[in-house]
Design a protein around this ligand. Structure first.
Ligand SMILES: [Fe+2]
Length: 297
């Protein structure tokens, strides 16, 4: 069987077939996957249930594995893996755990991962262990399209600006505040970090909106009202870029592995629309580090 890359038909996403991801990838295959990753921003591998160790080994081929900030969710045997699960240790529905990275309202949930770090992660990988009978999709939208939709007047307003990101103290987003309760005191009081409002992908060099509704606090160096107005304007364009026909909703099956882009150009969020009495258990790795590059027109 040879490597097959099947685009989703939406702005982002492709399914990869023809390789066994439980085994080490050859340098040639890895190069093809890295190129497909830049082209499609999200890669899906189906029907290959993995042990946590095999999932971590697969993920580590794309970059070093970072330990996630939410220590409460670390896998007991493989701390480079964090659980995305909707039940607590006793199997009871856990509202806070279930709400990590997912939202009732797509417009408020878009984000890129680890934007609160000076140097965010290159990628995130997730492997599905248990999934609900329906709902609970992870949605992906192109932040390149969001930039492409921006009128020149808005592009001029945001040119050269930087945006601050917080993990524990984002007054603009109730969901982010709710989630921060599980953080240590030290992490909750971490200073914000800033990244360019408009970034360029380090390899494709395509521009994209990097400010995100879930995790951006304010645009630096302008007054608060103007910052709020500008952020809401940018979110309108992210929302427009996530319309039906553009956005890819990935409906999980057990044994799915997905790896997604965090270097700019992709926004994601999950849906909280599945039956609350059904389990949704995923394991996740945070992969590599990549500074966010400013884009200048
Ligand atoms: Fe996320």
């Amino acid at each position: 069987m040879s490597l097959e890359i099947n685009p989703s038909g939406f702005d982002v996403g492709a399914e990869v077939r023809g390789i066994d991801i439980a085994k080490p990838l050859s340098p040639e295959i890895l190069m093809e996957l890295e190129a497909a990753f830049v082209a499609h921003q999200v890669l899906l591998f189906r029907d290959q249930p993995l042990t946590p160790q095999a999932f971590a080994a697969f993920s580590a081929q794309f970059g070093h594995l970072q330990r996630h900030i939410q220590k409460a969710f670390w896998h007991p045997n493989v701390p480079e893996i964090v659980y995305n699960r909707n039940v607590d240790e006793s199997g009871k529905f856990d509202e806070m755990a279930a709400r990590r990275g997912v939202t009732d309202n797509l417009r408020e949930g878009w984000h890129s991962d680890t934007t609160y770090d000076e140097v965010p992660a290159k990628a995130t990988s997730v492997h599905a262990m248990e999934v609900p009978s329906h709902g609970g999709a992870t949605c992906f939208a192109s932040a390149h399209r969001a930039y492409d939709l921006l009128p020149d007047s808005v592009r001029r307003r945001v040119s050269g600006l930087r945006v601050e990101f917080a993990l524990g103290s984002n007054p603009r987003n109730a969901q982010a505040q709710f989630l921060s309760q599980k953080l240590t005191q030290e992490d909750q009081s971490r200073p914000t970090v800033s990244h360019p409002v408009i970034c360029r992908h380090p390899i494709s060099h395509r521009p994209a909106i990097y400010a995100s509704p879930l995790l951006s606090v304010r645009i630096s160096g302008i007054d608060e009202a103007e910052s709020d107005d500008l952020l809401e304007t940018l979110y309108d364009y992210i929302h427009a870029a996530s319309a039906d026909g553009y956005r890819w909703d990935h409906h999980w099956r057990v044994g799915d592995t997905v790896i997604w882009e965090n270097r700019g150009g992709l926004m994601h969020t999950g849906r909280l629309d599945y039956p609350r009495d059904e389990r949704r258990i995923m394991i996740r790795c945070t992969i590599g580090s990549s500074p966010i590059e400013p884009y200048s027109a």
